[in-house]
Design a binder for this molecule. Structure first.
Ligand SMILES: [Zn+2]
Length: 167
């Protein structure tokens, strides 16, 4: 009952992921309808219910355009777990301030990158420019696309892809 279910807004925009239990509650109360089953049935005492994979809300809900939260985990994910200076994928990555805080660098998407300990150490308290260390690509806020948001669910839920692409 805890398997993830993709929830689409009334206009088919993917908006979040809930549990099977929650999805069935929405469906039984008429707030959502089944879009994709593909997982068999849930048997209750009195009836068999489809086990939803994707549901769609009957009424449009308004919400602000989501943004990716700035956290260490999300910085590493944006940078594909790769040191942005030497391009190595190491298991232990640090977060580097491109312009160090001491020199006025702020805590923001455009000033933070994944760096391996060796590069972080080599760079020291200098800016990337001073240390003559080039970034693999400019640091910026990741796209607020649905595919980026729901990426971690896709390996397990390939059938969601058509509902997520393009948003
Ligand atoms: Zn490195």
């Amino acid at each position: 009952m805890h398997e993830p279910v993709l929830v689409l807004n009334a206009n088919f925009e993917p908006i979040h992921v809930c549990t099977t239990r929650r999805a069935l509650g929405l469906m039984l109360s008429g707030k959502a309808s089944l879009v994709l089953n593909g997982r068999g049935v849930v048997k209750t005492v009195s009836l068999n219910l489809p086990r939803p994979s994707v549901i769609r809300l009957e009424h449009m809900i308004r919400r602000p355009r989501p943004r990716v939260h700035l956290t260490k985990r999300e910085i590493l994910r944006r940078d594909e777990y790769t040191c942005q200076y030497c391009g190595q994928r190491v298991s232990y990555l640090t977060i580097d301030h491109i312009i160090p805080r001491r020199l006025g660098g702020h805590y923001g998407w455009d000033n933070l990158v994944a760096a391996c300990p060796a590069c972080n150490h080599r760079k020291g308290g200098r800016t990337a420019e001073q240390a003559q260390m080039n970034l693999l690509r400019p640091a910026k806020e990741p796209p607020a696309s649905a595919i980026y948001f729901f990426a971690r669910h896709l390996p397990e839920n390939q059938e969601w892809k058509p509902y997520i692409e393009g948003w």
